[in-house]
Design a protein around this ligand. Sequence first.
Ligand code: CTP
Length: 245
Amino acid sequence: GTSSVDGTIAKRAHYAPPWADVSIIGIAGSSGSGKSTLSQAIVSKLNLPWVVILSIDSFYKSLDEEASRKAFRCEYDFDAPDALDFDVLVDRLRDLKAGKRADIPVYSFEKHARLEQTTSIYSPHVLILEGIFALHDPRVLELLDMKIFCEADADTCLSRRILRDQRERGRDVEGIIKQWFSFVKPNFERYVDPQRKVADIIVPRGVENQVAMTMVTQFIQQKLLEKSTHHRAALTRLEIGALSE
Ligand code: CTP
């Protein structure tokens, strides 16, 4: 009868397939603390398809001309939460949670600007969200399945940044050091470090920390297993429901 058809539709409407329920892992920590290396290590240790790294750096806001000139003089503050577009980030994360495709801006550190092109992410099973402010916005925190704070000594962070910013971001040592002491270091103390209070785990020494690496990957694997078991149980319920009609 009509009522059983309606009943089936109602049940289907309540069932969300597992690919619509991406697990999101947030990794925050100081600039140069090794967040991207840690993310890559988690990806290769998981050794699963559909694991994607999303850097919050993709969501740096575009600058007007005056701000851009400041940026090239290393006088622009990229280490305050205001520099990032959290509204767009939250929208994209919600889209991914809903099983929709998300277009991600491409950011150039050399140009201090968003490029014309975008990339897109579609249906990952695991998304690793890394960036100095990965654990900052309450709307983001709500979407995270695991919150990691990556820790390293300040001299380690600064050394890594000096090498990387020269090699990969078109900077010179004077500028890097000026920016570090004007913005990176004070804002680390003000905004970045306090995020450890909301972290589930704090990882000292990054990828070298085998115990933490194993804990993180086992946790993710467990989550995925729960989801697929849940998925199978839900399908079985749907089938039994259909049979009994
Ligand atoms: N930044 C910059 N110029 C821009 C935009 C951002 O110098 N136009 C800097 C900010 O000062 C911020 C840093 O980029 O401190 C954020 O990237 P960082 O955390 O250093 O790089 P990740 O690869 O995300 O992390 P990690 O170094 O821990 O691997």
